[in-house]
Design a protein around this ligand. Sequence first.
Ligand SMILES: [Zn+2]
Length: 309
Amino acid sequence: MMTPLCYTGCALDRAAQRRSDDAWLAERLCDPESRFVPLWQDRNLIVPGDAPSAVSVAGAELPPGACSEQQAVFLGLENGGRAWFSVDLSEHAKGDLTILGDGAKFISLRRVGPLMDHAAGSLLAYTLGICFWHRRHRFCGVCGAPTENRHGGHLRVCTRAECGAEHFPRTDPAVIMLVTRSGAEGDACLLGRQARWPKGMMSTLAGFVEPGESLEETVVREVEEESGIRVVNVRYMGSQPWPFPSSLMLGFRAEAPPGAVLDFDADELDDARWFTRAEIRDPQSVGLIMPGADSIARRLIETWVDEGE
Ligand SMILES: [Zn+2]
């Protein structure tokens, strides 16, 4: 297992047992002690700099109507009992929101996540993920009628009485795996790149879990589809919330059998090749740009490098 990753380690108690207590939630929404984490069009409110910080505000600082049961999502309780909510301000004009947070800006978390402390990054990732889900589930997937916010924003229910379907927040599982080889050909790991990435950037292979598949089966299928290699010894390494926009990344290691031939699919990958530990320790020497410092991909690669001489 790997040490804690970016976007994990939120300090809030999610207090799920409180979500169905409408009267308690209504009180917390009006409580001047409660804190609100604003979001605007998939951007979080952040004070930028060398150590970016997450901004929260009191309900009174928000535009009128923003901290209502339908707009706010109960995130959890701080140690000591203060309630925290997220609030999506995407429908407000950006110019109306400049009063929020001294020196703060609405910024993509991906730009600053690696520089933030984990608890703050995790809080913003939680906000980003749940607000995205709400925006994409305003209508019932069963009958098409509008849905409404319940259980502090951890449930949406179809408003058409004959339907009443319940929709719960979801996250899409994706596997991400470092394929390694060892033995006579020398230790190496397999990295690939997609055509839309910056020149030189390469990363671990990855793909979405399909219905009817185990995680291990997805790892084997995706690696074979992308690289032509049928891996063995699939081993779980750790996971990371990845709300860009709605994934949970499940990290694995897998081994290429001796003599496996790399034959990547040009429809899936722009390039793929083996890298030695020495090359990854000095990426510039081979024109390699590593994946982002906040990503589980980077951690999977570094964990493997650290195991070698
Ligand atoms: Zn419905």
